[in-house]
Design a binder for this molecule. Sequence first.
Ligand SMILES: Cc1cc2nc3c(=O)[nH]c(=O)nc-3n(C[C@H](O)[C@H](O)[C@H](O)COP(=O)(O)OP(=O)(O)OC[C@H]3O[C@@H](n4cnc5c(N)ncnc54)[C@H](O)[C@@H]3O)c2cc1C
Length: 454
Amino acid sequence: MHLAELEGLLGKDRVYQDPDLVQSYSNDWTSRYKGFAPAIVFPQSTIEVSKVLSWCSMNRVAVVTQGGNTGMVGGSVPLNGELIISMKRMNNLSISNTNKNHIQAEAGATISEIQNLASSHNLVYGVDFGARDSATIGGTIATNAGGLNVLRYGTTRNQIVSVEAVTGAGRIVGNLNGLEKDNTGYHFPSLLCGSEGTLAIVTQAKLRLWPKPEERVTLLFGLNTVREALEITEACIKSNGNISACELFFQKGLDLIKEVYSLHPLWEDKHSTYLLCEFAGPGGITDELLDGEIGRVLQSQESVLVATNHNDSQRLWQYRELHTLAISSKGIPLKLDVTLPLQNLEYFLNKIERKCQEINPACSPYIFGHSADGNMHLNILYSEPTVKKMEEKVLEFVVSLEGSISAEHGIGRAKAPYLHLQRNEAEIELFREIKKAFDPKAILNPNVIISSDN
Ligand SMILES: Cc1cc2nc3c(=O)[nH]c(=O)nc-3n(C[C@H](O)[C@H](O)[C@H](O)COP(=O)(O)OP(=O)(O)OC[C@H]3O[C@@H](n4cnc5c(N)ncnc54)[C@H](O)[C@@H]3O)c2cc1C
């Protein structure tokens, strides 16, 4: 690979070959995927991305695109020595001149940066999750990230108004016209959202913002069965349209968080199941909620904590948000991110732990997730040497219950061997054809979504 040519095209300050720096970009957040790369390229404009990809395409140099490198399925890791293209230096942000409810963001801007700018205009960005300080807008578009507020604002796909991207052949496609209505043929924002960097590199986007809620109320319920948690979830959804999150977790995860972060126990730990619900909306929603069905639910429950200000709410949220980090502090878990239809969720949750332990009695599964949309994160510690078997059996179980093998993290490299469980042959063939049209030399994120073995 003649990196000097690339340096000549972009300038030396865009191409880094220092082995320590390159290595620090070559492993993923989970430590499960470790790769190697000849260099990292840091483009600073769409034109520069186009120059890099034209050169790579001409020279058949495979690349992986990286945002914050917080992905969970190994998509941003150069497992076979691909060149890394980091979008971190493209991070400009501004409120749109033409529509004050849109934000224009370069791909490397982080979710927090977007949230902060939106907040200073009394607006909110609809996507939020624990990795907000590192995850980028490009990465979240590429994975169609979901997170904590899908119930209210939808996934990332629902936030994108316009997108600009560069195909594997180096062509700039899409636009930033910010038109809410634009039915001019195939819709690139929809197609590129969730394409995990296999079709094009997203360079910029226009994103929808929402009015900032005036009032927020967070409820944490201590419960004894999954059924109770699902019944309360249903009541919250039906309540008054201001529900923004319903998060489920269990005593085992809570015990780990208490141990790792020295947090206080909740209700002296006499419950097995916890549900955190958040409502956000116009002033007066708390009173309205207490007068309605949720008020009746609250009266019927012995263990409920209510937070109506930011600090108290953060204190309750930490019991949910610290799960991922607490689990990773104990080892490298097998991470599965699945959706179950709501009617099968209780069955799944009551069976899954035993199912894992039948495969490997030493394993230790942790479960938490978004109860309103059936999306559960299953993190299994100590599943070696049965990781593959465990993954296969759990995903088959999910499919047998008519669920999805990937709810929000994507397929990446981790789930590519299982794509056939969810997509039929005709669909996978169509995926290949679409890939060929965008990336004729197959240089973008090889083996992501479609592995050479599918
Ligand atoms: C603590 C924690 C909590 C999380 N919670 C959630 C959650 O609730 N919901 C959720 O959905 N995810 C969650 N994630 C996973 C992760 O943050 C998301 O998948 C996120 O979208 C990845 O963004 P990133 O910028 O880090 O992308 P990366 O990890 O760098 O890349 C992810 C994929 O996108 C591709 N990509 C990156 N940038 C671009 C671009 N500009 N153009 C094209 N392709 C690109 C990469 O090649 C790769 O395939 C969590 C992660 C952590 C660490």
